[in-house]
Design a protein around this ligand. Structure first.
Ligand SMILES: Cc1cc2nc3c(=O)[nH]c(=O)nc-3n(C[C@H](O)[C@H](O)[C@H](O)COP(=O)(O)OP(=O)(O)OC[C@H]3O[C@@H](n4cnc5c(N)ncnc54)[C@H](O)[C@@H]3O)c2cc1C
Length: 469
């Protein structure tokens, strides 16, 4: 009998497997796709020699993750590459706000009337990233925060909607860049907790940067897989698990799946019927003949570029997607890994990654709306397109069963479900079945390539197995 079987080789499944294998448990992983990685993969989606990240591309949460930091992933091939600027947010007049590694440069880019406010907002947290990351990426059952004072202060900011936090600022630049960072939640900017996400991403930019892995996000998964094998774990790919009794006998089963799939596979009935899935995205991966011709020079130096000229427009686009309407003017999150990683495309060519938000299950085509918006900020963009690979909600759901109806967060990251997911429980990773656990981003702390859900789930499994002797 194995000690643990993990279903799904996404960042959380692999992290859970590694953490158990490191403690001497015998672990095997079963993955439906032909390659490991889930939302952290790299493929030649368009043309030979162009290496695209179909899902995650930029990794402030990865480099800042306490779980990943405790593993020798660099020894297993993971190398972080930092663009000159983590984030640029261009405006129609050719200027841009930026999130730079330096607080001063960031503050200056917001304009003289808001620079001081930004400095005062982030000052209490600068230099405290390690504690903040541990406390932000924890779960309520984890005991007291490491740094309760900073945590409580951060909590007062974090619980606010970003629309409220933005009222401290007088000009559009600060409001738009904050709304853009909050937009990663794929929920309206008026939602509780959205200020926390914006502030957390800003602080990550100052403390650890927003890097990309050399070679693509697959490098994170390959490093986790290689470390797991070194610890004695085994990985089987191309195995879609449909029933619990198909798996080898084990003392614990850990699911890196959606709660809906877990309930179906493990026979848990309607245990997760109240779990809500959120809006989706329309993703385009481009092979380009040259770098994106952004009008704002700062955007040419950034790894990530947010395209949404005002906080109001960003809010409207996210609201439309969550209300079930495709936005006419989408808010775009874009990444240009090849500005810093020349292994992604042939010499002189580039890969470009972009998505806008659309309703869950939407089967329309947002290519025209996305490229119209790109042309506003990078005239001539379309002329550079050599090939594109598009994926709306149905295609995303086919790529990965965890993206139910195209929800890339595996459960709406909105309202109470931001913190209480998949349902109210002392140990959210445990289920009604004593040997079955959930470790995907449907559990705290939620979406992103950080492995922390896997880390917490592994601890829950370890405690349970230790208790049983
Ligand atoms: C377009 C897009 C852009 C993103 N951008 C970023 C970003 O830039 N930075 C960031 O940090 N995050 C980003 N994310 C989010 C991030 O990818 C996810 O939050 C993260 O991958 C979740 O990890 P996970 O291990 O919980 O699940 P996943 O990574 O989804 O892995 C789940 C795995 O389980 C497998 N599986 C599911 N069901 C079964 C079954 N029945 N049998 C066997 N295997 C099964 C799946 O095939 C998959 O490999 C993005 C996601 C998408 C889709």
């Amino acid at each position: 009998m194995l000690d643990a079987v993990v279903v799904g080789a996404g960042p959380n499944g692999l992290t859970a497997a590694v953490e158990l294998a490191r403690r001497g448990f015998e672990v095997e992983v079963f993955e439906a796709a032909d390659t490991i990685g889930g939302g952290a993969r790299t493929e030649e989606l368009t043309l030979p020699g162009y290496r695209h990240d179909p899902c995650s591309a930029v990794h402030p949460l990865g480099i800042g993750s306490p779980a990943f930091r405790a593993m020798p992933l660099d020894r297993h091939g993971l190398e972080w590459l930092h663009p000159e600027l983590p984030l640029a947010h261009p405006f129609p007049d050719g200027t841009a706000a930026v999130l730079a590694r330096s607080v001063g440069e960031t503050a200056m880019s917001l304009g003289p009337r808001d620079a001081g406010t930004y400095r005062r907002l982030v000052a209490p947290y600068v230099g405290r990233w390690d504690n903040l990351a541990r406390d932000f990426l924890r779960t309520a059952w984890d005991g007291l925060p490491v740094d309760p004072v900073t945590w409580a202060r951060f909590g007062l900011h974090a619980l606010q909607p970003v629309t409220l936090l933005s009222r401290r600022f007088r000009d559009e630049k600060a409001r738009a860049i904050l709304a853009g960072m909050a937009g990663h939640a794929i929920s309206p900017t008026s939602g509780i907790g959205t200020a926390g996400l914006a502030l957390f991403f800003a602080l990550a930019g100052h403390a650890v940067g927003w890097p990309v892995p050399r070679g693509g996000s697959q490098a994170i998964s390959d490093a986790l897989g290689s470390y797991l094998r070194e610890q004695g774990g085994a990985i089987h790919v191309g195995v879609e698990v449909k029933r619990l009794d198909e798996l080898p006998p084990a003392r614990a089963y850990i699911f890196d799946t959606s709660p809906t799939a877990l309930a179906r596979i493990a026979g848990l009935g309607n245990a997760y019927r109240h779990f809500r899935y959120g809006a989706s995205v329309f993703k385009i991966d481009y092979a380009l003949d040259g770098p994106v011709p952004w009008t704002a020079p700062e955007a040419r130096r950034a790894g990530t570029v947010h395209v949404g000229p005002t906080a109001r427009e960003i809010g409207a686009a996210l609201r439309a997607a969550t209300d079930g309407r495709a936005p006419d003017v989408p808010f775009l999150i874009t990444a240009q890994p090849s500005v810093v990683d020349d292994s992604r495309a042939p010499a002189g060519k580039h890969v470009f990654w972009a998505y806008g938000h659309v309703p869950r299950g939407w089967d329309g085509d947002a290519t025209e709306a996305i490229e119209r918006q790109m042309e506003r900020f990078a005239p001539g963009f379309r002329d550079l397109v050599l090939a594109r690979a598009v994926a709306g909600p149905p295609q995303l759901a086919v790529r990965n069963a965890n993206y139910v109806d195209g929800d890339i967060a595996c459960g709406a990251f909105a309202g109470l479900q931001t913190a209480i997911r998949p349902k109210l429980a002392r140990v959210p990773y445990a289920t009604a079945h004593p040997s079955v656990f959930l470790c995907s981003s449907a559990t705290p702390p939620g979406p992103g390539v950080h492995g922390m859900s896997g880390h917490h789930a592994a601890r829950a499994v370890w405690r349970r197995l230790r208790g049983r002797g």
